[in-house]
Design a protein around this ligand. Structure first.
Ligand SMILES: Nc1ncnc2c1ncn2[C@@H]1O[C@H](COP(=O)(O)OP(=O)(O)OP(=O)(O)O)[C@@H](O)[C@H]1O
Ligand SMILES: [Mg+2]
Length: 510
């Protein structure tokens, strides 16, 4: 026997000599009752809030409520195999999800398990889904724009990196479309996107993934999906899981955008679980902690200061209203938590305005500072003109007013509205947006029928690339301003485009 083996043997003999076998206590809990994705468990006095529990048959659940003699546990896997008297053990761990760039381009469930294909996700590490929001001292002002590519939003309700902007409106008003447009537009930026689907149908999620894939933005995106058919537990944790995956990028000095589609369904799941665990119901039968739940979730979106890497996490939570009722419990909560809201109105949608944003009820409270100055200048003028037009339109609807000045205002207003009507996924760069609004302000469109403006969004990018000012990349100076010659060149570009469009639309008779 060589010396290495002899040493090894000697060492292990010593270890064995010191070993004293004895009983080790593992608290074993017992399921008293199980129904609707909730299990009432007794016999685990050391269980902690949000701790992961392991049920018989390797099923997972977590602690939602702690009562003096029992705990309310939420099942994460299907609970068919779990019955009264099943055994439960504590794991001593919180719920964790895989994080890292390996998740980009993947579709995962709330626990980070892949659902797009069999290949496992490569995680850099695992992080708990509940993490504290950055302290005030670690935050910085929102100064960088988050461009959505949607003219109306970028011009009137600009969003900054680190901002939380609520997208709210009735069913099928284009909420998801707006958020997906914002995600697709990030393929031209350095922002990574996380789309969280809560309580949706599988076909709706498939459509969303497909839309993003078709526009080549999937590689910068993570989809976290908890379908309506999944357990309430998985739906409950999905926004938190998505937030943790997004924070990985924020904490490394990168920029991320999270879309949560939608928090109304998340609130309903929370209410369901709370009622099943016998928490006292409050307003609209929601438990009292629903505000805190969503506040602590959205508070994690932030722009960090330079000492913390200068990363940012912006959030576009989505909420659904019932018959446009903004003063219901969940909408008012979310409006007061976020830094502004974009309200989609059913009347405007019915009038064929897409996106159907209600200018009066929408607001962006912090993004204005981050807007490119060149865009801010033209957008300010346009906002005023448009607001005046909306007032005037009511009076002039029945004809009557013939004042030339008012007629001109109405005519301009109609062109603004046509320009704000933008088809899905025809996204604009800041330079396109500035060019269109400058041309509008200079009256370039006044001579053309409103219909000609409808196709501009899809054409302007390629047109400016071909005929616009030569170094299109450096149109804006270091301060984000536009110099005079650039401005007139851009307007000239738009003038040529609208003339071409009008020429195609109505070929002149010989
Ligand atoms: N800018 C747009 N241009 C044209 N059509 C649009 C636009 N935005 C949305 N739509 C259409 O409106 C419909 C509803 O859109 P979407 O599914 O995004 O709404 P939603 O508010 O998310 O609906 P739900 O409440 O079902 O989640 C879709 O058919 C979509 O194609
Ligand atoms: Mg939707």
């Amino acid at each position: 026997m060589d010396t290495v083996s002899a040493d090894w043997l000697e060492h292990n003999r010593e270890v064995l000599a010191d070993f004293r076998p004895g009983p080790k206590a593992t608290p074993l809990g017992r399921v008293e009752r199980v129904s609707d994705g909730i299990a009432l468990v007794t016999g685990l006095p050391d269980a902690k809030l949000n701790e992961l529990l392991r049920f018989e048959g390797d099923r997972l659940g977590f602690v939602l409520t702690l009562d003096p003699d029992s705990i309310g546990a939420v099942l994460l896997d299907d609970g068919d195999a779990i019955t009264a008297s099943s055994q439960v053990t504590c794991t001593g761990k919180e719920i964790e999800v895989p994080v890292g760039p390996g998740l980009l381009g993947r579709v995962v469930d709330s626990l980070g398990r892949p659902i797009d294909r069999d290949e496992p996700v490569t995680a850099e590490t695992h992080m708990p889904i509940e993490r504290a929001a950055p302290a005030i001292i670690d935050r910085d002002l929102v100064t960088q724009p988050l461009e959505t590519g949607i003219l109306l939003v970028d011009a009137l309700f600009p969003i900054g990196q680190g901002q939380r902007e609520l997208i709210i409106g009735d069913r099928a008003m284009g909420k998801t479309s707006m958020a997906l447009d914002a995600i697709i537009n990030q393929q031209h930026s350095n922002v990574i996107c996380i789309y969280v689907a809560v309580g949706q149908r599988a076909t709706a999620v498939q459509r969303a993934v497909e839309t993003v894939r078709q526009h080549g933005a999937l590689d910068r995106c993570i989809f976290v999906v908890a379908l309506a058919s999944d357990s309430p537990g998985l739906q409950w944790i999905a926004p938190f899981s998505g937030m943790t995956m997004a924070e990985y990028f924020r904490d490394r000095g990168m920029h991320a955008l999270i879309v949560i589609d939608d928090l109304t369904k998340h609130a309903a799941t929370h209410r369901e679980l709370a009622l099943l665990t016998r928490e006292p119901p409050g307003r609209e039968a929601y438990p009292g902690d629903i505000f805190y739940l969503h506040a602590r979730l959205l508070e994690r979106a932030a722009r960090l200061c330079a000492a913390k890497g200068g990363g940012s996490l912006s959030a576009l939570p989505i909420a659904e209203t019932d018959a446009g009722n903004l003063s219901a419990y969940i909408p008012t909560n979310l409006i007061s938590i976020t830094d502004g809201q974009i309200f989609l109105d059913s009347g405007l949608f019915a009038a064929n305005q897409r996106p159907a944003v209600d200018i009066g009820l929408s607001v962006s409270r912090v993004g204005g500072k981050a807007q490119i100055p060149a865009l801010r200048n033209v957008a300010g003028r346009m906002r005023l003109e448009y607001a005046q037009f909306l007032e005037l339109e009511i009076f002039t609807r029945f004809g009557g007013l013939t004042d030339a000045h008012i007629k001109a205002q109405v005519m301009r207003g109609k062109r603004i509205r046509a320009l704000m009507t933008q088809p899905r996924t025809t996204l604009l760069r800041p330079v396109d947006e500035v060019a269109l609004l400058e041309a509008l302000a200079q009256g370039v469109f006044d001579a053309y029928p409103v219909e000609c403006l409808q196709t501009l969004h899809g054409l302007i990018g390629a047109h400016l690339d071909a005929y616009g000012p030569a170094p299109l990349r450096n149109v804006f100076d270091a301060h984000g301003e536009l110099d005079k010659t650039m401005r007139s060149e851009l307007v000239e570009g738009v003038r040529r485009l609208i003339a071409r469009v009008a020429g195609d639309a109505a070929p002149e008779s010989p």
